[in-house]
Design a protein around this ligand. Sequence first.
Ligand SMILES: C[C@H](O)CC(=O)SCCNC(=O)CCNC(=O)[C@H](O)C(C)(C)COP(=O)(O)OP(=O)(O)OC[C@H]1O[C@@H](n2cnc3c(N)ncnc32)[C@H](O)[C@@H]1OP(=O)(O)O
Length: 726
Amino acid sequence: MTDQQQAFAMSVDDQGIAVIVIDVPNESQNTLKEAFVDDISAILDDLENNSDVKGLIITSGKDDSFVAGADISMLKAVTEASQATQLSAAGQQIFNRLENLNIPTVAAINGACLGGGLELAMACHQRVATQESKTKLGLPEVQLGVLPGSGGTQRLPRLVGIATSLDMMLTGKQLNARRALKAGLVDEVVPTANLMVAAKKRIESMAKKGRWKKSCDEPANEWGKVFSAAGAQKLALESNSFGRKVIFDQARKTVGAKTKGNYPAPLKIIECVEMGMEHGFVKGLEVEAKYFGELVMSPEARQLMNIFFAVTELKKDSGVDGDVTPKTIHKVGVLGGGLMGAGIASVTVEKAKIPVRVKDVSIEGVNHALGYNWKLISKKLQRRQYSEIEAKAVQARLTGGTDYQGFQHADMVIEAVFEDLELKHKMVKEVEALQNEKVIFATNTSSIPIAEIATASKRPEQVVGLHYFSPVEKMPLLEIIKTEQTSAEVIATAVEFGKKQGKTVIVVNDGAGFYVNRILAPYMNEAARLVAEGVAVDQIDKALVKAGFPVGPMTLLDEVGIDVATKVAPILQQAFGERMEPPEVFEKVKADDRKGKKNGRGFYLYGDKKKSGKSVDPSIYKVLGVNPTTSISDTEIVERCMLMMLNEAARCLDEGIIRSPRDGDIGAIFGIGFPPFLGGPFRHMESLGIAQVVDRLEHYAKAKGERFSPAETLIEKKKEGKAFYN
Ligand SMILES: C[C@H](O)CC(=O)SCCNC(=O)CCNC(=O)[C@H](O)C(C)(C)COP(=O)(O)OP(=O)(O)OC[C@H]1O[C@@H](n2cnc3c(N)ncnc32)[C@H](O)[C@@H]1OP(=O)(O)O
């Protein structure tokens, strides 16, 4: 028996109910592969010809995975669009046969039910899911730059309505079982122990009635009648072609605004749904397979798939070489209840489920942290992501006070106080005075080298940097900074801890700006230099947003606070000299008391609720002594800012600040919002060609100054014809 044959095992019980258990050997998650097509076809042949079988349940043999979708490595290995179209068509055919079986079918879902896995489940007549937190249902293909290619674009809208399905497919969001039930995606939610019993009952009930719902044979103009969960208003809108046009037009508009034309998949998803709704299921499948093929081969999808594999690798990365067992963190102390401290405390109690004690100098600070946490929990409660009991349990894990009570037993203390070396030294000493020998002292500094903070410590091997990004609960990256003295056990413990908080973790070496801020700074400086040259603030922002950054650099400065954002600049200048010299713009802006959004004075105008932060404050140009009339192309704006970042990233790799191009790419994407479709600075340099990057840097070095001089490592790579990954 081959591995493939073992992946799908069918048995029939004495009541004539068949059960297919999916259990792909040697994989923690079930994924669907081309090689399974024959096996599934054989099982379907069997079922089509066996009149003794009364019903079918499809379930998984894994603890945490129903089916996590098509095998992404298989998609990555595709070399021609037609090949991917064929894969898609084969999947569609199998699922159509499944749906058309003459017996009732139920998917019994426990664990991840994603992509092709959900498409399989939707081809069953009903779905029962467990209430486990690992049970998630969604079509995340868009995050890989592709679309649901096995009938998903056709079955999902027919099950949950057009608007909900578009929302799910265009964002890739995953629903827990409770939300899936509400959306009409599953028919019942049960405790794990009842899964198979509930599935069987549903088979019996459908068999008794002698009918079950299929999406594939509904006529196109009848869709309004089959939306099981659609509300009356939605149903009215979606059941006539005019109403549907409104929805599709709106979706296209939203996609355009969000993607700026950088991602082809979302528009193709809308087209598939529209085609299926207006011209029927078969036509819908046809375009789905065609576009799936095209998208799998798109450069955007290739990069997004690279990101998936990089993130998966990092999940397994301990952050150190060799076999080092991380210590278990039972209790955490957080110093400072401000924005960062509160966010760190929240992800620790919520995601890592570890109790936290917050200490702040003022009771207001403590209350801020507790209130911040409760606000986040309440939101989830409202959205039914939590039950009352779960919410209360998370809340109870966070306590606080103005003294060090409880810190004696903490395994880790994370300081998130002001960026002031003296204050940080005081924190180190106070924590060490508590006689808690085992405690790891972690600092959330974003600018002060960790080794400098560690000079105040008697146990520098227990000092480490944990650089979180704001807002902590939303930003996916944690940059862990080790000094030459930080012990391997402390690094491994910090990495494990960060993963528990739900973060993607990169470990970097200590140095001015670490990695993320070090590559961000020259990019920001260049943007500010463009303003000083007389380029309009909003042209710069718009150009970089169009290029794929989530916000423009000048908006970012206003958001973060110009005083805070520029704190790292002198440190970098001191460490790296002229090329990191901050432009005068920053000083002029600070001197005019412009701290950005927080004091309502920055590059943009604040105050008016609706327009806040949307129009440039014209008086900024007077402050800077420039006239915003310089004509420059968006291409040049993007190229100059981007090249400064790429060049610095190459230096960071060369100097061993980051361990690999992979870490550099993930750090930039998850920490800064570097455009994911470009794959990160290193992947992007490879796509451009290292020689081209060097040539453009040299061009700007001549035209604009030495700061553009290409990093030695890039020049070498150009000479040797080498790249970063390959
Ligand atoms: C035609 C279809 O419409 C096209 C598709 O289905 S495209 C695929 C859509 N599905 C996805 O995007 C889901 C991707 N997977 C995930 O999001 C996460 O892996 C998960 C939520 C399922 C599980 O997360 P987690 O528990 O943290 O486990 P994680 O470490 O990520 O994965 C475990 C292993 O499964 C692998 N895996 C998970 N999903 C996979 C997939 N779809 N393809 C290939 N490998 C996959 C991972 O690579 C990893 O392999 P390894 O142990 O050899 O390194």
